[in-house]
Write a protein that binds this ligand. Sequence first.
Ligand code: ARG
Length: 462
Amino acid sequence: MKKNIASARIDIESSALLKELNDSLPFDKELYREDILGSLAHSKMLSEQGIISKDDYEKIKQGLNELLDEISSGKITLDGSDEDIHMAIERLLTAKIGDAAKRVHTARSRNDQVATDFRLYVLNSNLELSRLLLELIDSFIKVAKDNVDTLLPGMTHLQHAQPINFAYHMLAYASMFKRDYERFISSYERNNISPLGCAALAGTPHPIDREQTAKELGFKEPSINCLDTVSDRDFALEILFNIATMMMHISRLSEELILWSTSEFKFVTLSDKHATGSSIMPQKKNPDIPELLRGKTGRVNGNLVALLTVMKGLPLAYNKDTQEDKEGVFDSVKTAKLSLMVLKEMIDEMKVNRESMENACRVGHLSATDLADYLVREQGLPFRDAYHLVGDIVNRSEELGKDISQLSFEELKSIDSRFSEDVIDILNIRNSMNARESYGGTSVKSTIEQIDILRDWIKSRV
Ligand code: ARG
């Protein structure tokens, strides 16, 4: 009977249920390009080291290149009954070029092969995601540039706290996305090592050159311990964590966009392109896009926890459990890419309602802290005493049905005779925002500095 090419000692046909559980081709066909590039690099090295003949290498090279074209163009579809992408490519190559194809697997195992393919995919995804992040950060900077003096109530506990400007709020997100970018880049750099040639777990007696295959595939260098390399998946966990963290940031922003587009806030208007209607309520314009971005956080968190759980009890080295590493990563990478592109489009096209933001600053006594600071500065009051005095003034304002920034000098004077007329400027909301000139603060001056810092940083990246 015809033997399965990856089962030397199993003579009977696999159970259909085993195949359903075991086969990974339905999802690892995503790695066909990486797999072919890995085989090209490996067979080139084998021929240069005299392990296979130049003649065989030429046939292998031509066959693999043809396969790459045929699969990319859709001429060949990978939906056969092969166990995985590695066996599918080997079978297709054998059908094309005959016996020479059977030499490609010399000094290689599927264990280093899959580790190589998957690592290439993950490294490249780190770079693609980082590029999309740069574009997104650029959009935040553009919105910030137009809104350095757009007043916005800064919140803590979702309660009015101190006045900020809308640019400053946008730059907070730009700063989160900058760190996300740096995480993708540092994962790329740390994990840029080639598994190829590690073979099953212990290396190989063949005189291979791992340095060469590493360079050929664009890795920085070969990994230093084969047992580790074929077994660990921390490079995949890193990208899952990086994506989960980035999606958490996207989710927080989405939550704000949803709130800000309610009739209660009206701070922003999302483009009709990024809103949907209701099947029954004709008046509705719903923020489905930010809701979905917020919701997608659930699946990327799930993918991270799933792989952490898969890995936690595995003895060295390779175990088939590890095959469970791929679907979650593919899913998180696709989700993250789409989310970044949609978010950028939404930020580029959203309308900022300056007037609503500024009106919202007229309530909530946003300049109360400024008044306490003034009493400390001008009257030498201990901060705690000033804090309590301002608390009384806030209560009095509430009785008068006013915001603290709307109290007249006479009203203030009647509460505490120590006030002089300049207190009115102190309570002014715009002055309050502009007073926060400390490094990283919200004043227009500090905000412009932050825009410049982020701009220069982006320039240094592209
Ligand atoms: N499809 C397998 C995976 O994704 C390839 C490695 C198979 N190795 C083995 N020893 N069975 O992990």
